[in-house]
Design a protein around this ligand. Sequence first.
Ligand code: PLP
Length: 390
Amino acid sequence: MSLRPETNAIRIQVERTPEMEHAVPLFLTSSFCFEQAEDMRAAFADETDDNIYSRFSNPNVREFVDKICSLEGAEAGYATASGMSAVFSSFMALLRQGDHMLACNAVFGSTHTVIAKYLSRFGIDYTYVSATATEEEWKAAIRPSTKMIYVESPTNPGLEILDISMLSRISKENNIILNVDNCFATPACQQPIALGADLVVHSATKWIDGQGRVLGGVVVGKKELIHEIYLFCRSTGPALSPFNAWVLSKSLETLFVRMEKHAANALYIAQRLETHPAIAQLRYPFLPSHPQYAIAQQQMKNGGGIVCFELKGGLEAGKKFLNGLKLLSLTANLGDTRSIASHPASTTHAKLSEAERNAVNITPGLIRISVGLEHSDDVLEDILQALNAS
Ligand SMILES: *Cc1c(COP(=O)(O)O)cnc(C)c1O
């Protein structure tokens, strides 16, 4: 039976055990048993896909991966302990000395550290391209050694939208792997593989968990690429814990309804705040004022749950605003049921130089709001009273 993604997010489940449980049990086991020595030999020789050891595979982890593959329209996947281990493994398994990576300069702070500080230690070079670069500018940055294009869309925290179909076209023309971090949109809102991406990475810690409880990551995509990533991870050990996989798989059951509500709340708040006198500029992908509104409309089902704005008063106003909040949490996470306010310039992106921050629109007064599932008027009223006090 061919089922829709909303149903698969709920109904893909580890096969029922003889106990006939309804909800899936937690397989907290490091390893798995074999009846016969021959079965064990065959499993180690990759002649069967029997579970061997939870660094390689585990039923709870497989259920989570199978769901993400179904939602993203991917052939295969591997789940990792965090989003960063998914990002790092997707680089290390597929790039080697002498290779070149082309990346958007607006990437998650730790991803920037991996690209700029660590890849170069292994002789992997990179070029950053602006989030607003044209097709010609992307093409001009390609070298014969370019093996991977890596982007986020929407970007964190500036909410730039990259044209994934355009990037897929130039990747295919030049035999380059297109790797997209789909953390901000989630597959409930955007499916990069349908737009031509080869790989999709996620921090499952954010919207996929949705309640700020566990870390997790996943990379899905073309079978032969995922096989390389699997072999790398199986030996180097960034496996997702079965407990976290169980939590994340349960969370996927509500992903579609949550993301619809997060996006509706975020749009409401963005519309109400857009003309506020304390705000210099506000950004939300589904507001017509967004510079890449047309692309967002093409490739996203909704604008997602993040709103960002620049306070006229800069750094000082930013601090006052955060201190004035009574309901919203000041915390490093995003994608929670609880609304969160953060100040990227002093936190997640503090390791970038000021020039690097300016290049990706992380100005001193930039505030990022992860809109939760509280009543949208309660969230709005808290933001308004903090703005008026700042
Ligand atoms: C948080 C985040 C990551 C890293 O994920 P962790 O689970 O924290 O390791 C990667 N990309 C984006 C866009 C993120 O927001």
